[in-house]
Design a protein around this ligand. Structure first.
Ligand SMILES: Nc1nc2c(c(=O)[nH]1)N[C@H]1C(S)=C(S)[C@@H](COP(=O)(O)OP(=O)(O)OC[C@H]3O[C@@H](n4cnc5c(=O)[nH]c(N)nc54)[C@H](O)[C@@H]3O)O[C@H]1N2
Ligand SMILES: Nc1nc2c(c(=O)[nH]1)N[C@H]1C(S)=C(S)[C@@H](COP(=O)(O)OP(=O)(O)OC[C@H]3O[C@@H](n4cnc5c(=O)[nH]c(N)nc54)[C@H](O)[C@@H]3O)O[C@H]1N2
Ligand code: SF4
Ligand SMILES: [Mo]
Length: 715
């Protein structure tokens, strides 16, 4: 008798686009994965990674039971209770002997794509109370949080470009055609950008590489890596000097413009032209076009965040949107009104309540910059990190100077990882605790509905039943919390309640008491988990709407246009004009990254469907630079920086600026000891073996993985 086929509708949780999926399942196995045509938000769009969700499920290398590393370096399976007890015991012993800060925690990117991790991680971290908390945030979007915190009063008040209604989208350091968008959840972005063009709007892309997004833009402007803050300052200078500002309604809820007028004065287009590589006339006309557009949105992502002036860039992007009246209006840059509102629930974010022990980098929101993790393990002394717990992270490949971290990890007294792969990082753990795979668990995007270009909500029930002895991420974290968590009695009671309620129970409460919620009244219309479960394709909650000043969290309910925490970094920008620090010292080229549609940071290279075909881990270089070094297309070249050397095949392209080279991150799977059979056959080189842990955005400690000085020679 043929087994029946069930169809599950859910959101893909691999990247920020949260595309709707239609997953067909038979005998608890995936038969097919398609785009869900009836998802009101993604309307059928998916990318090739969605299919790989099924491959993760079946990947023979994926860990399904806890493992312990033996003295000989082999791995043996152990029971859950043994693994959890031992992990808790070892952590407790380290803390008893060396203090709470001796345990470091590193949280990787997939945490924000997991309902369970989002609900159970924060209380666990609070109870652990270590100052050595690190995450992928500081190799990613930290400058956005810092700018939001000091301008709008909360680290999660992140404005989203209203791509579907804008007349002018100015995009810096983002390549959504490859990345599918970031801090701008907009599934099917190619279609949305085409619609922008059709309605007579313009997309202008500023990028050192003619990216896939630049390719579909109406205009592409090359910029020297790391100089965007100068460009943005000069645009502001032109707008304010020519009287093109028109903040409109925002004027009454924003601190006065005088301060930014004064601060922008030294940065004329003429003065920044050489450093940025953009002609002064082009900067001035870009400023006038932006200010003159009916509606406009300036948006900048990874390329302007993970660079030396990331904090200033994100501040200036907000300032440009504000002085032109484009913040909080349709077609501009807007805030969401999500069904589960993390802004109401999480901390506002503080900067510099403590500093890292070795280098004195500032804490933000309870975390220290990931660029400081290795030195905190390596440098002896009081407060040295002696144990590490990683949760869904691969910092050996994803943080700057990964090679140094690799030498640091074996020196720990104890390391545990919550992860389902034995990879470049987790291979150093003593114990690995593998959670269920994405299709085996319920899901709701607490983070990405908050960052979406339309208000929507979707619940994804598990599509596959996990094995009887499997644990979800939240259960592993809750079990460790139960074993380790001290804290006052009310906190422990709360934790006992949340274990009892489970993610579904907590989500139901979040929905009911959120802005669209039904409360506890069974007769009131509004959201609850049950209501969402009935809308299997998700619900549309309307377009983004103006919400200021009500949504501001600043103490005076005003936008702070020039907060001291941010403007304090301007002397450094001024100095970069006088003697550009970006003048390469360790080499004569500047390294930037790039992303590919079929890749997802470091962890999906073990899925054959995504790595098929020619190698994508190539070093892109302009033919002029190759000519000057007598290098040929396809040859092996060495990429050398202050911290390391990697070898990669050279790919010549006139779509990258002379003086700049590009290598994607997340590769380098040649390391012995990992268990990634397919990835090892497509090893590539790790960009973070050459990025420099000492080169950070001084304002907040974000790693400057873009704009790294390097040298290239024949290997
Ligand atoms: N040079 C350079 N470096 C970069 C970047 C760059 O552009 N250039 N980008 C940066 C950015 S934006 C980011 S976000 C970081 C990412 O940095 P990380 O988060 O450290 O790295 P990932 O490659 O995302 O690794 C994710 C890990 O989580 C595991 N995993 C996947 N799903 C789950 C799950 O559901 N539960 C658990 N417990 N584990 C899971 C995977 O096996 C893998 O080990 O890299 C950063 N590093
Ligand atoms: N396919 C795929 N999708 C992904 C990911 C993935 O690895 N693969 N990762 C996900 C994650 S974790 C994130 S955070 C997002 C990131 O999403 P995006 O921010 O869109 O990231 P990238 O595609 O790396 O685009 C960054 C762009 O910045 C440019 N750039 C580099 N340096 C500079 C500079 O100094 N100035 C300017 N103006 N531009 C610069 C690069 O050339 C590149 O085109 O993508 C997510 N989506
Ligand atoms: S674009 Fe992102 S969310 Fe959509 S299918 Fe691809 S990986 Fe999944
Ligand atoms: Mo990221």
């Amino acid at each position: 008798m043929a087994a029946s086929t069930q169809t599950h509708f859910r959101a893909c949780n691999l990247c920020e686009a949260i595309c709707g999926l239609e997953v067909e399942v038979r005998d608890n196995r995936v038969v097919s994965i398609r785009g869900d045509e009836h998802d009101p938000f993604s309307r059928g769009y998916i990318c090739p990674k969605a299919m790989a969700l099924g491959d993760i499920q079946d990947d023979p290398d994926r860990l399904r039971r806890p493992v312990r590393r033996t003295r000989g370096g082999d791995w043996i399976e152990i029971s859950w209770s043994e693994a959890l007890d031992e992990t808790a015991d070892r952590i407790r012993a380290t803390r008893a002997q060396h203090g709470a800060d001796a345990l470091a925690i590193y949280l990787g990117n997939p945490n924000v794509h997991s309902l369970g991790a989002m609900l159970y991680g924060p209380p666990f971290l609070r109870s652990i109370r270590t100052r050595n908390r690190f995450s992928a945030t500081s190799v990613d979007q930290l400058p956005h949080h810092v700018a939001a915190r000091f301008m709008f009063g909360h680290q999660l008040l992140l404005p989203v470009p209203d791509v579907d209604r804008t007349d002018f989208l100015l995009m810096l350091g983002a390549n959504p055609i490859a990345s599918n968008g970031s801090l701008m959840t907009a599934p099917g972005i190619r279609r949305r950008l085409a619609a922008l063009e059709r309605r007579g709007g313009r997309l202008v892309v500023v990028d050192p590489r003619r990216s896939e997004t630049a390719e579909v833009a109406q205009r592409h402007i090359y910029i020297r890596p790391g100089t965007d803050a100068l460009l943005l300052m000069a645009m502001l200078q032109v707008i304010l000097a020519e009287g093109l500002e028109r903040p409109g309604r925002l004027e009454t809820i924003t601190t006065p413009l005088d301060e930014v007028r004064r601060l922008s004065q030294p940065f004329t287009p003429e003065r920044v032209a050489v450093a940025t590589g953009i002609a002064a006339v082009d900067i001035a006309s870009l400023a006038r076009d932006f200010a003159g557009a009916t509606t406009a949105a300036c948006y900048g992502r990874v390329g302007v965040s993970t660079q030396r002036f990331g904090g200033l860039c994100q501040w200036l992007i907000n300032v440009l949107n504000i002085v032109t009246g484009n913040l909080d209006r349709p077609g501009g840059s807007m805030f969401t009104n999500p069904a589960v509102d993390a802004v109401a629930r999480s901390g506002r974010g503080q900067l510099g309540r403590w500093h890292s022990r070795v280098r004195g980098l500032p804490e933000f929101g309870g975390e220290l910059p990931a660029a400081a993790l290795a030195e905190e393990i390596l440098e002896p002394g009081d407060g040295q990190v002696r144990a590490l717990l990683t949760i869904a992270g691969n910092p050996v490949l994803s943080t700057p100077n990964g090679g140094q971290l690799e030498t640091a990890l074996p020196q720990l007294d104890f390391m545990a990882s919550i992860d389902f792969y034995l990879n470049e990082t987790t291979r150093h753990a003593d114990i690995i605790l593998p959670p269920t795979a994405p299709l085996e668990r319920d899901h709701y995007d607490v983070v990405f509905h908050l960052l979406a270009v339309e208000n929507s909500a979707k619940f994804s029930p598990a599509a596959l039943a996990p094995p009887a002895d499997a644990l979800h991420d939240w259960q592993i974290v809750a079990e460790l919390h139960r074993r380790l968590g001290a804290g006052p009695i009310h906190q422990r009671a709360l934790h006992a309640f949340s274990r009892w309620a489970g993610p579904r129970g907590l989500l139901d409460l979040g929905l009911r008491f959120g802005p669209h919620g039904a409360g506890l009244n069974p007769f009131r219309r509004g959201l609850s988990l049950r209501r969402l479960e009935r809308s299997r394709h998700g619900v549309h909650l309307g377009a983004l709407e103006p919400c200021l000043p009500a949504r501001l969290r600043t103490s005076d309910r005003r936008i702070q246009l020039a907060p001291a925490e941010l403007t304090a970094d301007l002397p450094r920008l001024r100095a970069s004009l006088e003697a550009p620090p970006l003048e390469p010292v360790a080499g004569d080229l500047l390294l930037i990254g790039r992303r590919h549609l079929r890749s997802n940071n470091s962890w999906m290279h073990n899925l054959p469907r995504l790595v098929r075909g020619r190698s994508r881990c190539t070093l892109l270089m302009h033919p002029e630079d190759a000519g000057a070094r007598a290098l040929r297309n396809g040859q092996s070249v060495a990429l050398i920086s202050r911290v390391g050397r990697v070898v990669a095949p050279l790919e010549l392209s006139d779509r990258i600026m002379p003086g700049v080279v590009s290598l994607p991150h997340g590769w380098g799977h040649h390391r012995a000891g990992a268990r990634l059979t397919t990835a090892a056959q497509h090893a590539g080189a790790s960009a973070n073996d050459v990025t420099d842990d000492l080169v950070v955005d001084a304002l907040c400690g974000t790693a400057a993985v873009n704009g790294v000085p390097v040298r290239v020679e024949a290997a």
